[in-house]
Design a protein. Structure first.
Length: 608
């Protein structure tokens, strides 16, 4: 089974010799890298970063826009900035800045903290754009960035911000940042992020406010610093149509503003929205366009409007952080337990005389074969329902009930193996009824918050045993104590995994395309924190594991919540010292154990 790898992986990963491998240079397997990191003592989930996938996405964007410009003889420039909100972690951002330097690939900031990061790390000659609401301090930071020599554009979300720019300009030195105006289009995207665009969106100036802004800029003598208009119709734009409509609207606004005397206006920033494909199933493919089509449509439409309106073709800016970041990170998490493993033949406690239905269940279990497997499945489920009713009425005891559950699960396991080559709807229904629950050593709320929050699916697959057909209908449980910490089995988009004995073998799941938003949105539910991480650098003859960073220790997590950690350790120490249940020698040992626990990460430890 290939788990839809040809649909979502963009040729970044492939299956070879039973394993998922990285399709680059030496092409190592993910399971080999994972086991090597675990040999260093790292346990729990591990986030692997692949800088070559950042480089691939950046190269693709610039290459496709270069080709589109050449094809349509487009005279404006192409520029891109990365929105820091998508992933602000240093082992991603530092690699991105270094990789993007050859293109002058810039950064976008939406807060004071992000702007300071951009001012510190942005490459020389690369643009900085600033979006989001701004107070006087943030605008002043923009002026400082300009005074440092940065090519920075402050994008105005409201007229009050423009008033503050005019006010601060009178107080500061001669260097003034470029000014952008975010326009509120009637056009919007589709899907759950559509509210980012449209006339009722959170951000942007209406037509009336745009006219007022132009007049304010002229009165303040800053009209030449107005260089960019910006719009955004939503993240993960799955269809190209809404973008084309928005481009026509924005292109005409650009032309009108130029004719109103905005001589410095030279750029249109399309914002983000360039989609990636998360689906593992052919009938659930979300994106209906390619990057080539996206680039061609943008360039062609803006050239066409400029030609007809007789204005200079604008420089094009895009943000599209999801497209750059998502594929670079893979979360690897080990399976801790299969809950049906409690149902083994050894745990049967059959009596000398059993209720007739239980005796029949046992006979079904011992005689089932491929010819009668489906029929026996129906009989066993019918028997189980009858026996549970008998238990509720008091006619059978708890041992009988236990034997019922064990026998039915054993019959189902056998039947699924016998019928594994028959992908019938009825078998899927049975799988839906009797799911295997896989306990995974990770927190869904920390590592896949978009699954919990907006039901965003992420590709999931085992790292090896891919020459064997998986037979267990899988629901995935994380280790939090929250019932929402589950990826449920979905009959329409089923996930099948292998049967295994976790006491005898490792079994790792990979969660792919998690590099965008998941890290920065992750929440410390149950005080589980960001997983351990490592950066993997591939070469022609192998790979290098760099920047291993173990998950935050428990004491550091507690300190992040503003607890006094010295107070906590003092209280624990005094309670141990004052306990009458512990002798003096044991007290020293227990104090040492507490120290080790506090300074270790909170994920579960396994022997294998």
């Amino acid at each position: 089974m290939d788990y839809g790898i040809d649909i979502w992986s963009n040729d970044n990963f492939f299956i070879d010799n039973k394993k998922v491998k990285i399709n680059h240079k030496s092409k190592p397997s993910l399971v080999k890298i994972t086991k090597e990191i675990r040999e260093k003592g790292i346990r729990g989930p591990i986030l692997l970063r692949f800088p070559h996938l950042i480089e691939k996405q950046i190269d693709l964007i610039y290459e496709n826009f270069k080709n589109a410009k050449n094809e349509f003889n487009y005279r404006g420039s192409f520029n891109a900035v990365y929105p820091l909100k998508v992933n602000q972690y240093p082992n991603f951002v530092k690699n991105l800045v270094q990789i993007g330097e050859k293109y002058n690939y810039g950064l976008e900031a939406g807060s004071k903290a992000e702007l300071l990061l951009a001012m510190a790390y942005n490459s020389e000659n690369s643009p900085i754009t600033v979006n989001g609401f701004k107070d006087e301090e943030m605008i002043s930071l923009g002026f400082i960035a300009k005074e440092m020599g940065h090519d920075i554009t402050l994008t105005i979300e409201g007229l009050s911000e423009l008033k503050n720019i005019i006010k601060i300009n009178k107080k500061r030195f001669s260097h003034i940042p470029n000014i952008g105006l975010r326009i509120r289009l009637h056009s919007s995207g589709i899907g759950i992020w559509a509210k980012s665009g449209g006339i009722n969106s959170k951000f942007g100036l209406t037509s009336t406010e745009l006219i007022e802004a132009i007049n304010m800029l002229k009165s303040a003598g800053l009209i030449e610093k107005f260089t960019m208009i910006h719009f955004h119709i939503g993240s993960q734009i799955s269809e190209i149509g809404p973008l084309k409509k928005a481009l026509r609207e924005a292109g005409n606004i650009y032309a009108q503003l130029k004719k109103m005397g905005a001589d410095g206006l030279k750029s249109i920033n399309l914002g983000g929205g360039l989609a990636i494909e998360y689906s593992q199933h052919k009938d659930e493919i979300k994106r209906n366009y390619t990057l080539r089509e996206y680039a061609n449509d943008v360039v062609y439409l803006l050239k066409d409007i400029s030609t007809h309106k007789k204005v200079k073709e604008p420089d094009i800016y895009i943000e599209s952080g999801r497209y750059i970041a998502a594929s670079h990170a893979v979360l690897i998490a080990p399976v801790l337990e299969l809950f049906s493993q409690e149902y083994t033949e050894e745990k049967l406690k059959l009596k000398e005389e059993n209720p007739p239905l239980i005796q029949e269940l046992y006979e079904l279990y011992t005689t089932i074969d491929s010819v009668y497997a489906q029929e026996y499945l129906h009989d066993s489920i019918d028997h189980m329902n009858s026996l549970l009713t008998l238990f509720d009425l008091g006619y059978i005891d708890l041992i009988d009930r236990s034997n019922t559950e064990i026998l039915v699960n054993l019959i189902i396991k056998k039947a699924i193996i016998l019928l594994k080559d028959k992908d019938s709807k009825e078998l899927l229904q049975i799988q839906d009824m009797i799911q295997e629950r896989y306990l995974i050593n990770f927190s869904l709320f920390q590592s896949l918050p978009d699954f919990w929050g907006i039901e965003q699916n992420f590709p999931v697959m085992p790292l090896d045993r891919l020459d064997e057909k998986p037979t267990r209908s899988a629901s995935i449980w994380d280790i939090t104590c929250d019932s929402d910490g589950e990826i449920s089995y979905n009959r329409e988009q089923p996930l099948f995994l292998h049967d295994l004995d976790v006491t005898k073998e490792d079994y790792f799941l990979g969660f792919f395309l998690v590099g965008a938003y998941q890290e920065v949105l992750g929440m410390k539910h149950n005080l589980f924190t960001h997983p351990s991480e490592a950066t993997i650098i591939l070469s022609d003859d192998g790979y290098e594991i760099k920047n291993i960073l173990e998950a935050q220790s428990i004491i550091d997590i507690i300190e992040d919540l503003d607890y006094d950690t010295k107070e906590i350790t003092d209280i624990l120490s005094k309670k141990i010292e004052n306990s009458d249940l512990i002798d003096d020698q044991a007290k020293k040992s227990i104090l040492g154990e507490i120290y080790l626990f506090l300074n270790d990460n909170g994920y579960l430890k396994t022997i294998n």
